[in-house]
Write a protein that binds this ligand. Structure first.
Ligand code: B12
Length: 492
């Protein structure tokens, strides 16, 4: 069997980092970890080829070569996934689809021959065995969650590492919390399941052996779901593993209660973590109560963010407007909160209801779902009828994005953050790509960009006051350029 593994294209969105990636001449921020993991579970005698449309083209030659196409996607890749499937079918390939998009919306893809849904550790083996016996069915699903200690090491050999800004590895799946808008728990459950430290070290060693020294993203839904194992096993082992090695800083996703645990923050810093994405959502307590985000309630969220920054963890934040409890004052509150906290990478979205979530069920019951969610939180669209008028919501939303990403406010936030941030324990060795990115930033941001005044002010201030953070400052200036392009693209 010749199998073509295809990853559809991401549109130009907040998290695509497309405009920032140009500075480092990379095609995409992270590789398709789902596909390289699935690849490692396929029979050893299959021939495999992987095409990630974010870094390469799907050619007619690829299609002629293959017998079957294995497609993975998340909701944001829906349009590209449709095109890929149509092209593969036209070329006469058998199409097998899996991953979060298809798991949540299989009915949207009538052309797919076989759906292998949920987590492949459970659904792929019966599919493969049926296929071998010539009686593969259309749909393989499960309500069980696999023990990921049995998950194989991803087949990194299938991708061209040089095309990506960071690599991805996964330590845990699932999240203990209950936020009603999030599809993670619908897909992966509440009980955090973890890999063993040995598995993680094997994955890291694999990447290191292939010459990777750049960033590694721990793509966990919530890294701190199992604090005990982290503190007693994984984090000390990672700190030990680092000895005698260079580079490979880590970033991840976690919940805000990380700020309550000094020891955990210290261990993460020592293990090489320097960035953490946190769903902050809103400073409005009524809205947090409404979406069952109890872990964010009854605490000083700004103080928590600063604690994390001082512990050497840059906080990236997700924010939402459009909860039923939101009043028109929410827009100003969000701006004030984000500026004060120094969360530079602040993804603000209008509330959407992804299928499979509690929010979706509630709003569907109330007749307030208007269609599928776009999956792009920053496109100013929603699939729900909000309590506030849609016009007021969109206008308010636009004012938040315009404010946050105007150079004046963006650079002010960078400075607020750098004043607080403890320098990371690990840095990426300076190479030609970074030197070129630095010169491109001087040209695009410091000479031709409308942010040039702010760029040079930050440049000088950082060199004088926080010289060790200079690379972080330049990286954030480049991110700001990307965010502004995306905001302008979406809001016109
Ligand atoms: C890393 C990640 C990202 C990275 C993307 C990395 C990449 N290149 O793919 C970044 C940060 C860019 C990202 C962004 C977004 N993400 Co995201 N992301 C994740 C995260 C945390 C991990 C994905 C991952 O690598 N998992 C590890 C691999 C091993 O798991 P997997 O891909 O699911 O694969 C398994 C199975 O699904 C299956 N499988 C997968 N593919 C295939 C294919 C075949 C043929 C088969 C048989 C099986 C199979 O087998 C694998 C092993 O079990 C997931 C949550 C999660 N835990 O999965 C969310 C998740 C995928 N993201 C999600 C969303 C919504 C987004 C955003 C839209 C969020 C936003 N607020 O804007 C953006 C959109 C992207 C964009 N460019 O705009 C949703 C998707 C929901 C959906 N129904 O599609 C998830 C599930 C999180 C959530 N909140 O629900 N994301």
């Amino acid at each position: 069997m010749r199998a073509l593994l295809v990853y559809p294209e991401f549109p130009d969105t907040f998290w695509s980092f497309k405009h920032a990636l140009k500075f480092v001449r990379k095609g995409a921020s992270t590789p398709p970890l789902g596909l390289v993991t699935v690849a490692a579970m396929l029979p050893g005698d299959w021939e495999l080829r992987l095409v990630d449309l974010n870094v390469a083209k799907l050619t007619d030659k690829d299609l002629e070569w293959a017998d079957a196409a294995l497609v993975s996607a998340m909701v944001i890749q829906r349009d590209s996934a449709r095109q890929v499937i149509a092209r593969c079918k036209q070329a006469g390939l058998t199409v097998v689809a899996g991953g979060p998009l298809f798991t949540m919306e299989p009915d949207e893809f009538p052309e797919v021959d076989h759906f292998v849904l949920n987590e492949a550790e459970i659904t792929l083996p019966p599919f493969l065995s049926d296929l071998a016996q010539g009686r593969a069915q259309r749909m393989y699903t499960t309500t069980e969650y696999p023990d990921i200690r049995l998950s194989p090491t991803p087949l990194w050999e299938l991708i061209d590492l040089g095309k990506y800004a960071s690599m991805a590895i996964q330590f845990s799946r699932g999240c203990p919390f209950n936020c009603d808008f999030c599809s993670v728990t619908a897909l992966l459950g509440h009980r955090p399941r973890v890999k063993t430290t040995q598995q993680i070290l094997a994955e890291l060693n694999g990447l290191y052996a292939l010459g990777w020294r750049d960033r590694v993203f721990f793509v966990d839904d919530n890294l701190i779901g199992n604090k005990k194992y982290l503190k007693e096993d994984l984090l000390p082992a990672l700190a030990e593993w680092r000895k005698g090695k260079t580079g490979m800083p880590f970033n991840t996703e976690a919940s805000i209660n990380l700020a309550d645990d000094e020891e955990l923050m210290r261990l993460m810093h020592a293990a090489g973590f320097d960035e953490v994405f946190i769903g902050i959502e809103t400073p409005a307590d009524d809205s947090l109560a409404e979406c069952s985000k109890k872990q964010n309630r009854n605490r000083d969220l700004v103080a928590d963010v600063k604690k994390l920054q001082r512990a050497g963890l840059q906080v990236q934040g997700g924010f939402i407007v459009g909860f039923d409890s939101d009043t028109p004052s929410i827009f100003g509150q969000q701006i004030e909160f984000i500026q004060r906290s120094g969360i530079v990478t602040a993804m603000v979205g209008i509330l959407q209801a992804p299928p499979g979530t509690k929010l979706y069920e509630r709003l569907a019951r109330e007749g307030r779902v208007t269609g599928p969610a776009s999956g792009d939180n920053v496109d100013g669209a929603t699939n729900i009828i909000p309590r506030m008028s849609l016009d007021a919501l969109k206008t308010g939303y636009r004012s938040v994005l315009e404010h946050l990403y105007a150079p004046e406010h963006y650079y002010a936030r960078v400075k607020t953050f750098l004043q607080e941030y403890q320098a990371p324990s690990i840095s990426v060795p300076i190479d030609f790509t970074q030197i070129m990115a630095f010169f491109r930033s001087i040209f695009h941001l410091g000479i031709v960009g409308r942010e040039r005044r702010h760029y040079w002010k930050l440049f000088g201030w950082t060199l004088l006051r926080r010289p060790r953070l200079f690379p972080v400052a330049i990286t954030l200036a480049i991110y700001g350029y990307h965010f502004r392009q995306v905001v302008e693209l979406h809001l016109g």
